[in-house]
Design a protein around this ligand. Structure first.
Ligand SMILES: NC(=O)c1ccc[n+]([C@@H]2O[C@H](COP(=O)([O-])OP(=O)(O)OC[C@H]3O[C@@H](n4cnc5c(N)ncnc54)[C@H](OP(=O)(O)O)[C@@H]3O)[C@@H](O)[C@H]2O)c1
Length: 411
């Protein structure tokens, strides 16, 4: 067990001036401490700190991983805000996925050797230099898969795969509607659809992304427009699968668009995030709209309404063997060069606030990665006059450094 009282909280900005060791990994291998991102309480970006925590050691059946890269997901913004069901107590180390090298294994842990290159799911605690997680959540990665790619792979591709192939039974010639088509899950959905012949993909995204992602989907719509008439102009009978991460009013629209025997899957509620801190109004509006769905209409119209949560399946519902099968199929598609995770940008742990801000600002195309060995880039004076959507609901005054910005390392 980690002792909370032994934590030494270091402000992000203080760490910027520290000289990085020439080889950060070997320099800390024997250390009794490690760096981690800590969420000190639910709220805005200022609740995130880089902290030294006691080094975790693997328990029976666990694998200890020297982390190289961590995935930053939209869900992490919602966790930061406390915008999830039954949020755990803070302080906590956020993050649900990482990639790295096996450093040791606990008792009765078979199948992994020290030095194996792996990716893993973690039930929180992923944003750290070292992570311990049960072996059922750890997967070896191919030699040619980079650590950032591996950290961009697990959550997005497994969720996309299970929704398309296990819940909705995607077949040749079908059509799929996906929101946030330029994001981590959106790009995984687009790539997986391209592995099946003649699948039509309708996507919505912010207009500035259209040029960059137009090749990945068949039809792309401005997320600000009403996409229902646009889809109907092209396909009057509607679509076979709707993947909806914008619960609320989109649920009704999605069900309207479904062909008979079509499947609507609700898997997220990005639209509940309207600013840097939790909005109770968006929360209430979203759930009120979802609850208005009439189940009798579903059977009359021959429509399937489903929900999907990969993390609940993994961590609460004993679904790790199903997930392992999906990972194996996905790794085979990767080996055949049919899919490849898209990394938007790499950020140091100390840059986690800026990285999250990029998602709030809808700036990402593909996945944001926290690169554990990356040194933070120096802060630059912010000459931007744009106000971010996230900034509109600031909860607390930020320090001087919040008037500055860093440039991400774009891959
Ligand atoms: N159920 C599951 O198992 C599961 C697994 C993974 C992810 N998810 C969900 O899938 C969705 C996508 O996840 P992701 O990690 O891949 O994120 P992502 O799509 O990369 O998220 C960023 C993008 O979301 C769009 N967006 C929509 N509403 C937004 C808002 N209120 N604020 C900022 N951006 C918003 C923006 O794209 P545009 O402006 O272009 O629309 C933005 O660039 C999320 O809702 C997430 O919770 C669910």
């Amino acid at each position: 067990m980690e002792k909370e009282g032994t934590e030494i909280v270091e402000e992000t900005e203080q760490m910027i001036d520290q000289k990085e060791p020439e080889n950060p990994v070997s320099a800390v291998v024997d250390s009794k401490e490690m760096r981690a991102v800590v969420l000190t309480g639910f709220g805005g970006l200022n609740k995130l700190k880089v902290t030294k925590k006691p080094m975790p050691e693997p328990q029976e059946g666990e694998v200890k991983i020297r982390v190289k890269a961590c995935g930053l997901n939209f869900l992490d913004l919602m966790v930061r805000q406390g915008n999830i069901d039954n949020p755990p107590k803070t302080p906590l180390v956020p993050g649900f996925e990482c990639s790295g090298i096996v450093e040791s294994v606990g008792e009765n842990t078979t199948g992994f050797e020290i030095g194996d290159r792996v990716m893993a799911f973690v039930n929180y605690n992923a944003w750290a230099e070292v992570v311990c997680t049960p072996l059922d959540f750890v997967y070896k990665i191919p030699d040619d898969m980079t650590f950032p790619e591996a950290a961009a792979f697990s959550l997005n591709f497994v969720a996309a795969y299970m929704m398309l192939f296990e819940v909705a039974n995607l077949q040749e010639g079908m059509s799929v509607l996906v929101h946030s088509a330029g994001g981590g899950v959106g790009q995984a959905v687009a790539q997986l659809c391209s592995t099946v012949p003649n699948v039509t993909v309708f996507g919505t995204a912010s207009p500035f992304k259209h040029e960059a992602i137009k090749h990945s989907v068949t039809h792309l719509f401005d997320r600000n427009l009403d996409y229902v008439p646009e889809v109907k102009k092209i396909s009057p009978e509607g679509v076979d699968i709707v993947l909806d991460c914008l619960s609320g009013e989109n649920t009704g629209k999605g069900l309207t668009l479904l062909k008979p025997m079509g499947t609507y899957i609700l898997y997220g509620s990005s639209n509940m995030v309207t600013g840097e801190t939790k909005s109770f109004f968006s929360f209430a509006k979203s759930w009120w709209q979802v609850e208005k769905v009439n189940p009798v209409k579903l059977y009359e119209e021959n429509k399937v309404m489903a929900g999907f949560s990969l993390l609940n399946l993994l961590f609460k519902q004993g679904g790790c063997s199903r997930v392992k099968t999906a990972v194996q199929k996905l790794l085979s598609l990767y080996d055949q060069k049919k899919i490849k995770p898209i990394v938007d940008s790499l950020w140091a742990l100390e840059e986690v606030k800026e990285a999250m801000q990029r998602i709030h600002d809808r700036g990402n195309i593909g996945k944001l990665i926290l690169d554990v060995e990356k040194s933070p880039t120096p802060l630059m004076a912010n000459d931007s006059t744009e106000t971010s959507e996230a900034g509109e609901e600031e909860e607390e005054q930020e320090g001087d450094n919040d008037n500055k910005e860093r440039m991400p390392f774009i891959q």
